[in-house]
Design a protein around this ligand. Structure first.
Ligand SMILES: Cc1cc2nc3c(=O)[nH]c(=O)nc-3n(C[C@H](O)[C@H](O)[C@H](O)COP(=O)(O)OP(=O)(O)OC[C@H]3O[C@@H](n4cnc5c(N)ncnc54)[C@H](O)[C@@H]3O)c2cc1C
Length: 411
């Protein structure tokens, strides 16, 4: 057994949130050690979109350019956005979202927030491409990233955390940290060991995520979509774009009472993918698989003593809207007869950055984390600002904000 080493922060988990935490700590000059039990990078695309607030935070740590460079290489055809529905991809018709759909391809991001005063934008950058950028940047900046290292046990006291780590050769070591960040994913063994309970919404849908190489270029004939809902004979699910040509995620709906991931060997996945595409002969190569569901969970505490929960360990959401990789919960929705509308999503997202529309068309950005951004030429008075902040603050104090139903009217 090696001797004990000491660090200010131990991050457990080298996924999207653990790597982000590393960069934000480095930005504050706080040394850390990050341990990740995987040796290789994940190939399964999950998160695809990064909202404005997350993009702003990466901008702050000097990564905007690098992320945009990678993002520019992702789509091989078409643009990101739009949805279709049909019995198969072949037969699917585009859904009409009016203005929002039309805004999908405009500069300024697919969310179409044209009045957004932020210097950053929504970015389409799949998690599998973003994580390597974060990892490389953290290493370049002197970060201590240890892949192939697992936290096997820890004990927390008033002054810190003692962690037992095991590397891929089975070598066990002890590390003493002032603080522990649990970025160890949705199941979070650390959260469970701490006994932190949470608020849960049971899943309504279960999916097998099959990431596959299948060239739909000819079949789509220039059409593109972010997602395509499939309801065909004996197959239901969603197809999500990765590069708009030959890499797609097929989310196959299944019944967990009758089946598990093990019931979907590659040959069955190939058959289901062909059915979803609507071409029985198309070449399909299965690249990765996993199971997921639409359940949500929000931990009752994000901190216990010297340990913090971050990312999926603290909150897990349905992927729709793309808020999983973010860091906070949101408020509700408030309307006023003054022409002010604060529409704060009932989904966790620091960057849901909703707009408070002023009668003259100006926009004030209010975020559930109380960040406020406004252009100087909007003629905002302190009274407008005070009132807006009071509304948000009242909303946030009235109850656990993440428990508001979508669209709740709070005033
Ligand atoms: C289909 C789908 C689509 C999604 N789309 C979006 C989207 O568009 N936008 C968005 O923001 N989110 C999206 N999400 C959610 C997003 O993928 C997750 O919120 C995100 O991956 C959470 O990151 P994390 O770092 O908290 O956890 P994870 O990515 O799960 O990483 C946890 C890491 O911890 C490691 N680990 C666990 N235990 C230990 C241990 N004891 N020792 C060492 N290492 C350990 C694991 O190996 C793992 O690498 C989507 C999810 C799905 C399923």
């Amino acid at each position: 057994m090696k001797s004990e080493e000491r660090v200010p922060v131990l991050i457990v988990g080298g996924g999207l949130v653990g790597l982000s935490t590393a960069l934000f700590l480095e930005y504050q000059d706080i040394p850390y050690v990050l341990v990740e039990r995987r040796v290789t990078r994940s190939v399964l695309p999950r998160a695809r979109g990064m909202h404005t607030r997350a993009a702003e935070m990466f901008r702050q740590v000097g990564l905007q350019g690098r992320i945009q460079e990678v993002a520019a290489t992702v789509l091989k055809s078409g643009h990101f956005g739009g949805a279709s529905r049909g019995r198969s991809v072949c037969e699917a018709a585009a859904l009409d979202f009016g203005g929002r759909s039309a805004a999908a391809g405009k500069p300024g991001g697919p969310m179409g927030f044209t009045n957004d005063p932020s210097p950053a934008n929504f970015v389409f950058v799949p998690q599998v491409l973003l994580e390597p950028v974060l990892e490389e940047a953290a290493r370049e900046r002197g970060g201590e990233l240890r892949f192939g290292n697992e936290l096997v046990q820890f004990a927390s006291d008033d002054d810190g955390v003692t962690a037992t780590l095991r590397d891929q050769d089975g070598m066990v070591s002890t590390l003493r940290a002032d603080y522990l960040v649990a970025a160890d994913g949705a199941g979070s063994p650390i959260r469970q060991a701490l006994g932190i309970t949470g608020w849960e919404v049971a899943p309504t849908r279960y999916y097998i995520n099959v990431f596959a190489r299948v060239d739909l270029t000819e079949l789509l004939g220039g059409r593109s979509f972010s997602q395509c809902d499939i309801a065909g004979d004996g197959v239901r699910g969603v197809v999500l774009c990765k590069n708009n040509t030959d890499e797609w995620s097929f989310h196959i709906e299944y019944d967990p009472a009758r089946e598990t991931l093990a019931d979907y060997p590659p040959e069955r996945c190939v058959a289901v993918v062909r059915a979803m595409v609507g071409d029985p002969d198309i070449a399909v190569e299965v690249l990765a698989q996993s199971a997921w569901d639409t359940g949500s969970f929000v931990a009752d505490e994000y901190r216990r003593g010297r340990a913090f929960l971050a990312g999926d360990a603290a909150h897990r959401h349905m992927p729709w809207g793309g808020f999983g990789g973010k860091w906070r919960a949101a408020a509700g929705k408030a309307g006023r007869d003054t022409g002010v509308e604060i529409a704060v999503h009932a989904l966790p997202a620091t960057d849901c950055a909703d707009h408070l529309h002023l009668p003259d068309g100006g926009a004030l950005l209010l975020r559930p984390d109380m960040h406020v951004a406004a252009r100087s030429d909007e003629g905002l008075t302190p009274a407008w600002l005070d009132e807006s902040l009071r509304l948000l603050t009242d909303s946030a104090n009235a109850a656990a904000p993440q428990r508001f139903a979508a669209g709740s009217i709070l005033d």
